[in-house]
Design a protein around this ligand. Structure first.
Ligand code: NAI
Length: 802
């Protein structure tokens, strides 16, 4: 028999298994076979197809679930559509009551949910019991609150309609909660597809919806693989797609939904940096690494998979990490003493093995503990890779396993550079005892979440989501709710007013022949492009002739091309200091632009009348409103504040709106001046350098603004204006990897092209699909919608206390 003294000496744990029997009974009650949950009923797949879900810790099948095909997805969407009217007609309070009921049900059945999650996914029971399931309940409670407050806090918003939701296998029930809770709170109905590896907790959740009395059709669960996901994405009667998963599939979904009018949020992969300064508490850092990369076997989109450590403490950290890794336990997920469970499936295990081998071939030192992982089931030991070059495959690619790479840096500037040396931007953590240093770094790292001296903290009150190729949209918090609503003034799906077709009178000709044509009418000199604070000739020297409303020649503008757009983007990139300028400074400059425009109001008014043929009064009103709008955004510049979220930890969680980066803007044809100003104002006020393609029909209003900008102290490169054929120029902008966001107000075809071409670097897009917007209305033409579009929220978590 082991003596107590021996136990103290080794601190060995015995196994402490959680009993699977309630789950096994539940499975047996259903003959280990499950159908689809559509319109509140359980049905078989129309094709009769089904597939097995497997326990990754043993490789043994757990149950069979249905593979939903076209007919099933169609039935689910129809059920959701049918349920939509009554569901959105309920008061916010009534919807809140339903969400509270679900939250309570989750808590009541938390043991069943936790064990089922661990069986189906392979994650340690400690994690499903203490992290996943409590957070699921927390999300439903939090969003029950949003439902309650919808009528007052989001009075100008309407639900989107039927939402298609596709989720991954790493946090099956948690991702379901992140998707379903806000969707229902805002009055939408959903069709959700769980991942094929982990469908079971979604099925149990559907049963809970029945038990809690949720109206049929409000939640529909269709199981299946990627084909089912694709059917949801392509379904014509779905108004939004919310997706979490790989960047490749996210990109595909962006392309597939282009031009469909479906709202889209994507939460994709990451390669998150874990930055350690030499003054950090290294013992805390070691526990941080355990949470960052060995939580959920490293199968976490925001896993801290790249340790960047300051040179002086690199070796000590490696030593400490190796010692800690020796004590980690890999094994049966249902054992409460296990730290690392099973990898989801053979395909994922092979991917991890392949990448580690590749890392070794590329020169990295691979270190694993002396013990070996269990051979039954799909296990992989914790792995630390050192001697890794920043460009090595394992330093760049998302491994999605318990494998971390370690690199060193010397200075804070180098740390930032390395941290940002990735196409991803989901999260980062920064470890230092110097809070000033940490808070200096936080805004410089391009990621949606920054954890200071902590990692992998989540809460329903704090939005979560990516920068760059980690996707767009947020889940959680107020910003998460925006993803499930639209402005109430927008007509129901498919019934919006189309923009009036324009009389196309814009011709183009080489400057020489233009000169001949021009001799017929008095023409001003050709307006150039405005790039990097200077008026420049277009690359090819061509110009476009502009006619006035009566068809008379009115002037010429430069016919910009691909090269000109590239130059403009380069100039805008160089002006990225604009985002770091104080909001006060940005406000002053916008006021100045407004003032300078008002000095020349009469001239602009006359120009508008002459060009567009509007009456003098209307022209004066447009100029007036444009000036006012500049003042409005100057006013907003230092008032579109962040928040401190009430997260339930000893933590300050700051939500900061940050600029997007370079924003490409294609202005509506009309109103030429007001349209330009209404888009330029919010983008620039929020710190984004812009490349603007003005109205194709009336570009002279924009080129007249050059002098206003020049006299208003707008720093060089903050505003760049390229005239020419709008859709031609927009294609270049939308596919340019150095452009971070693209706003397009024009045709449906142009909108589709922008969305499709944006997939390369997953830029944030805002397009009009050819629908009209009343730019003169304060509701449609200005305000918070514009400010939200011009920013992305970063959440910074700072723990307090000793
Ligand atoms: P995946 O992106 O293929 O799967 C995620 C979800 O999308 C699943 O429900 C799947 O059925 C569905 N899906 C697949 N193809 C689809 C399509 N064409 N249209 C619509 N839905 C589709 O991810 P997978 O294959 O499970 O894992 C591959 C890699 O992706 C992993 O090795 C990991 O690197 C990464 N990944 C990242 C996640 C994250 O949270 N960032 C989550 C899961 C995987």
């Amino acid at each position: 028999m082991t003596k107590v003294a021996e136990i103290f000496a080794s601190l060995e744990y015995g196994p402490a298994p959680e009993s699977p029997s309630p789950v096994l009974q539940w499975l047996d009650r259903h003959d280990r076979t499950f159908g689809l949950f559509i319109g509140g009923r359980w049905v078989k797949a129309a094709s009769g197809e089904s597939f097995e879900t497997v326990n990754p810790a043993t490789g043994n099948p757990i149950a069979r679930v249905a593979q939903a095909g076209p007919k099933d997805v169609d039935a689910a969407v129809r059920a959701a559509r049918k349920a939509l009217g009554p569901w959105r007609a309920l008061s916010g309070h009534a919807r809140a009551v339903h969400l509270y009921a679900i939250a309570r049900g989750i808590q009541k059945h938390s043991r069943l949910f936790s064990v089922l999650e661990s069986l189906d996914n392979g994650k340690p029971i400690r994690e499903s019991r203490d992290i996943d399931i409590p957070l699921v309940a927390r999300h439903f409670y939090h969003h029950a609150g949003w439902a309650e407050l919808m009528d007052t806090e989001l009075a100008d918003c309407a639900p989107l309609g039927v939402v298609g939701q596709i989720i991954p296998w790493n946090f099956p029930l948690l991702m379901l909660a992140w998707k379903i809770a806000p969707a229902l709170a805002a009055g939408n109905t959903v069709v959700l597809k769980p991942a094929e590896f982990t469908p079971l907790t979604a099925i149990l959740f559907a049963q809970l919806c029945e038990e809690a009395g949720l109206p049929p059709g409000v939640v529909n669960i269709v199981t299946g693989d990627g084909r089912t996901g694709e059917l949801i994405v392509k379904h014509a009667d779905v108004n939004k797609i919310a997706f979490t998963g790989s960047t490749d599939v996210g990109r595909l979904i962006r392309v597939t939904t282009a031009g469909s009018g479906k709202k889209l949020s994507l939460e994709l992969g990451g390669k998150s940096p874990f930055v350690v300064f030499d003054d950090a508490d290294l013992d805390s850092v070691v526990e941080g690494v355990v949470d960052a990369i060995w939580f959920n076997q490293g199968q976490v989109c925001c896993a801290g998979s790249r340790i960047l450590v300051q040179e002086g403490v690199g070796e000590r950290l490696v030593e400490k990490l190796r010692a800690r890794m020796e004590t980690l336990r890999v094994g049966d997920p249902l054992d409460k003493a296990v730290d690392i469970g099973a990898i989801i499936a053979p395909v994922q295990l092979e991917k991890i093995q392949r990448l580690v081998r590749q890392g070794e071939q590329e020169g990295a030192t691979i270190w694993q503990p002396s013990w070996s992982a269990p051979k039954d089931g799909y296990f992989f030991p914790p792995t630390l890779c050192t001697n890794v070059a920043p460009a090595a495959t394992i330093a760049q690619v998302e491994i999605f396993g318990p494998v971390v790479v370690l690199m060193t840096f010397r200075t804070p500037a180098e740390a930032v550079e390395l941290a940002n040396n990735t196409p991803y931007g989901l999260a980062a953590s920064v470890w230092t005892e110097n809070i000033n240093l940490a808070l200096d770094l936080a805004p410089k790292i391009k990621a949606g979440t920054i954890w200071i001296n902590c990692t992998n903290m989540f809460d329903a009150a704090a939005g979560f989501g990516g920068y760059k190729e980690s996707g767009f949209g947020r889940e959680g918090g107020r910003e998460g709710i925006w993803e499930y609503v639209k402005p109430a003034w927008e007509e129901p799906h498919g019934r919006q007013k189309r923009e009036k077709p324009q009389r196309r009178q814009v011709g183009h000709s080489p400057a020489a022949s233009a000169a001949t044509a021009a001799s017929a009418a008095p023409i001003d000199r050709t307006a150039k492009l405005y790039i990097g604070g200077k008026q420049v000739r277009p690359d090819q020297g061509y110009s476009l002739i502009i006619h006035d409303a009566a068809g008379r020649l009115a002037g010429e503008v430069a016919h910009g091309n691909r090269k000109d757009i590239r130059n403009a983007v380069e100039a805008a990139r160089k002006a990225d200091g604009w985002g770091r300028a104080t909001a006060h400074n940005r406000a002053q400059i916008l006021y100045y632009v407004g003032e300078n425009l008002s000095v020349r109001a009469e001239e602009f008014s006359a120009r508008l009348t002459r060009l567009t043929g509007v009456r003098e009064k209307e022209a004066a009103a447009e100029v007036d409103l444009s000036i006012r709008r500049l003042f409005v955004y100057a006013a907003w510049a230092d008032k579109w504040d962040g928040q401190v979220h009430h997260t339930p930890y000893r933590n300050v969680t700051m939500a900061m709106p940050e600029p997007l980066g370079v924003v490409g803007i294609a202005c509506p044809d009309e109103p030429a001046l007001l349209g330009f100003v209404s888009l330029f104002g919010p983008a620039v006020a929020m710190g984004n350098p812009v490349v603007i393609v003005p109205s194709e029909r009336w570009p002279l209003l924009a080129t007249d603004l050059y002098q206003v900008l020049e006299t208003s102290d707008v720093p060089d490169g903050v505003v760049n204006i390229v005239t020419g054929k709008r859709d031609e120029l927009v294609e270049v902008l939308a596919s340019h990897d150095e452009v971070d966001a693209m706003w397009y107000f024009g045709s449906l075809e142009g909108s589709a092209a922008v969305e499709r071409l944006s997939a390369g670097n997953l830029k944030r897009t805002w397009v009009s699909y050819g629908h009209a917007r009343d730019w003169t209305s304060a509701q449609q033409g200005e305000g918070q919608e514009f400010l939200r579009r011009a920013t992305q929220v970063k959440n910074i978590w700072i723990p307090y206390g000793e």
